[in-house]
Design a protein around this ligand. Structure first.
Ligand code: HEC
Length: 134
């Protein structure tokens, strides 16, 4: 019994340091993918474009819908939304060239980088949300 506990403790310690390593890789992969697939519209600094493209940087909409981000990327979105008090009503195309893993890496990067306070969501939670897109 005692041996088992020590064994389990050893696993959880190594799982923890592993996940920290992976997350550095996830963030840099997410940053590159953001640059390729998002920045032409939302801009490299996430500031958006006038009344056409909503900002991601300090966006109240993004903070309130962090777990919707995977589906926004996968399915795109359209219809009127209000971001930081400004109304937008354009179409964001579905990002059909991204794998699920790409989408999750972009989400991890975007949620660390753009909100006023980084939003920590696990890749697992984002992945589950991605399986349940409407
Ligand atoms: C072709 C331009 C375009 C591209 C590329 C694009 N978006 Fe968008 N995005 C939009 C538009 C336009 C809206 C607003 C949709 C609406 O009015 O309903 C939007 C809305 C959003 C929103 C919700 C509103 C907000 O500002 O919080 C998020 C989050 C978002 N996009 C993230 C992304 C991410 C991440 C990527 C890259 C995977 C991406 N977008 C790629 C145009 C784009």
């Amino acid at each position: 019994m005692r041996g088992l506990l020590i064994f389990l403790a050893a696993i959880s310690i190594s799982a923890c340091s592993d996940s920290e390593l992976v997350s550095m890789q996830q963030l840099s992969s997410g940053a590159k993918l953001y640059e390729l697939h998002c920045s032409n519209c939302h801009q490299a600094d996430g500031s958006g474009l006038a009344q056409l493209i909503p900002p991601l940087k300090s966006a109240d909409y993004l903070s309130k819908s962090a777990l919707n981000l995977p589906c926004i990327i996968k399915k795109g979105m359209q219809g009127s939304i209000v971001v930081n008090g400004v109304e937008y009503n354009q179409k964001m195309p579905a990002q059909v060239n991204l794998s699920d893993k790409d989408i999750l890496h972009i989400c991890l990067f975007v949620l660390q980088k753009f909100p006023e306070k980084p939003i920590s969501v696990t890749e697992e939670a984002l992945g589950q949300a991605l399986q349940k897109c409407p």
